[in-house]
Design a protein around this ligand. Sequence first.
Ligand code: UD1
Length: 346
Amino acid sequence: MERTINSKMVLVTGGTGYIGSHTAVELINAGYEVVIVDNLSNSDITSLDGVERITGHRPTFVEADCCDRDAMRRLFESYNFDSVIHFAAFKAVGESVAEPMKYYRNNMLSILTILEFMCEYGRHNILFSSSATVYGDADKLPVTELTPRKPATSPYGNTKQMAEDILRDTVAANSSLRGIALRYFNPIGAHPSAHIGELPRGVPNNLVPYITQTAAGIRECLSIFGDDYPTPDGSCLRDYIDVVDLARAHVVAIERMTSGRCKCPYEVFNVGTGNPVSVMELVRGFEQANGIKLNYKIAPRRAGDVAAVWADTTLANEELGWHAERELSDTLRSAWLWERTIRGLK
Ligand code: UD1
């Protein structure tokens, strides 16, 4: 039977997760039909309720592992999506150092399997969720897409670099395939409705969930890792990008591929605000935006942290027509509203 490929249908792997669920919302709002595949290893099925409450549509959900070939074949047999957004991956830097094989097996096998079936089933567009971690400790700031990648400092970072390379080479070898890698800087915040947000398991590794849990009284004190970096206030500089802004970047990248506007079959874009913000500034910004005093202390540097990294976003601005829009204070309010909502706090 001849299969009709549906250019308005998108497979979102890892779509019940933090960035995946926000992207599902923006895709649905832009008129796409969303099929989510997720093994729920680090996410909660309730995020689908949130997506439905925001959009009025419940995405199709398939519980499966992207490394499971039989399950992936069934998925490609059952749904005629033309585009895939591949989020499904492990993402904890420290854990990846302790259990490298777990990261290499999962993160590499999943993208290989997805790409293999995309080629076999004639699907055209793949968007890969990469990270600013590929730049490592860059020599020149802000980083552009042409800034040389440094050797990865963790197995997690290495899986992002290798996946980018696999995507680039596979696209080069298959004329029907187009790929975009989005290099995210530091995604933070939650949907303003507080129906979806980040649900870290255990002790959060990332700054903003640690801040909101400290504000909620779940953690006693936030440690600011280092005040002796060569930065204006001694704490690290990062580029904090609102998760809804980030989600919108996925929609425009998919539109670029489906409408044939790509300049090259494989493209890379930084997705950040272009503004460096220090850890101290972020902490104060959170206090001000929410009228809260946060319990924090200065602690030693965290192994593996770079002093500063932020994005040059010119390419995304000009080529995708995408800009970060949300004010940092609004983003920090959304993070706190989400934490209060899931904890049942006023
Ligand atoms: C981290 C990962 C990065 C990954 C990204 C995804 C590392 C080294 N890097 O980025 O590869 O792509 O998450 O979300 O883990 N901080 C504190 N106290 C805390 C937590 C963090 O001071 O309790 C500081 C950190 O030192 C850093 C900044 O806050 O300067 C941001 O940290 P984090 O949110 O963990 O992100 P990154 O380390 O930039």
